[in-house]
Design a protein around this ligand. Structure first.
Ligand code: OGA
Ligand code: MN
Length: 277
């Protein structure tokens, strides 16, 4: 098993990639699931161009305010706690973001995301963690693998990963009524044939066909298993980092940070493909 995470060295990502470079990154992402390049400086069009070498882009999910954060480049999502003219310039604030994968509440969730650090708090905090869901699946006891085989769960669309209600959504009071896409609990990578746990987000998830208490109990077991330190890595951000992750094979979460510090990230999301299982 390859270790989780790898560093890209010797590339200036503001330049177009050659087909060989692109293919090397695609393969590395399949193997290592999280790739980071340091000391990059990408304008928004350059971030879009770099991201688009891996496929079509998805627009960001609906934010709590109903207006794109980046009106000039609406495909770019802004992740920030900074408030300008009384309005947040980005999403998620300075609080913790609990374990999740991005936008799994849509039918074809993004296969990857690219996050570029523009400003990072000087005193630390805001680290981002990734957990390898191939390793998590492979380490499940056989009886649990059997139990989840063929089962599907609903992935809640109503809240973002900071727990804020998105504009136009209502609070879920019973997970059986959750609105969002339904996905198999286990996803197979079309290129490698490897199976990953695919949990999305814990809150208001529900495994179809089970009683609510059975679903809650099984989800608690799966989430406790999937987010163990032994499957995870921590990224400590530096200004200029460009980090991409395989959104279908890792979960991620973020620590809180000093709300008086400034943290600004620009993000893109690369459209996914139909699942094969
Ligand atoms: C995201 C996210 C992590 C971070 O961009 O999807 O969860 O480090 N952000 O802010
Ligand atoms: Mn996220």
């Amino acid at each position: 098993m390859e270790p989780l995470g790898a560093e890209i060295q010797g590339l200036d990502l503001s330049n177009p990639l050659s087909p060989q470079e692109r293919n090397a990154l695609v393969e590395a992402l399949d193997d290592r699931l999280v790739l980071v390049a340091h000391e990059q400086k990408l304008s928004d069009p350059q971030l879009l161009a770099f991201s688009a070498t891996f496929g079509e882009l998805d627009p960001p999910g609906p934010n709590p305010y109903g207006i794109p954060f980046n009106e000039e480049f609406p495909e770019i999502n802004v992740i920030s706690n900074v408030i300008e003219n009384g309005r947040p310039i980005g999403g998620l604030g300075a609080g913790e973001a609990v374990w999740h994968a991005d936008m799994t509440y849509i039918d074809i969730p993004p296969r990857g995301a690219v996050l570029h650090a523009h400003e990072i708090p000087e005193n630390g905090g805001g680290n981002t963690y990734f957990a390898d869901q191939y390793a998590a699946y492979e380490a499940l006891p056989d009886d649990v693998k059997k139990q989840i085989d063929g089962k599907r769960a609903v992935h809640d669309a109503s809240r973002n990963s900071a727990g804020q209600l998105r504009k136009g959504y209502e609070e879920v009071t019973d997970p059986r009524d959750t609105t969002g896409a339904v996905h198999p609990l286990v996803r197979t990578n079309a290129r490698t044939g490897r199976k990953a746990l695919f949990l999305g987000r814990r809150k208001d998830s529900y495994i179809l066909g089970l009683d609510l208490d059975e679903s809650e109990a099984l989800l608690d077991i799966l989430w406790a298993h999937a987010t163990q330190d032994r499957f995870a890595m921590c990224h400590e951000w530096r200004v200029g980092d460009v980090l991409m992750w395989d959104n279908l094979a890792v979960l991620h979460r973020r620590d809180s940070f000093d709300e008086n510090a400034r943290r600004i990230m620009h993000r893109t999301q690369i459209k996914g493909v139909e699942a094969i299982a």
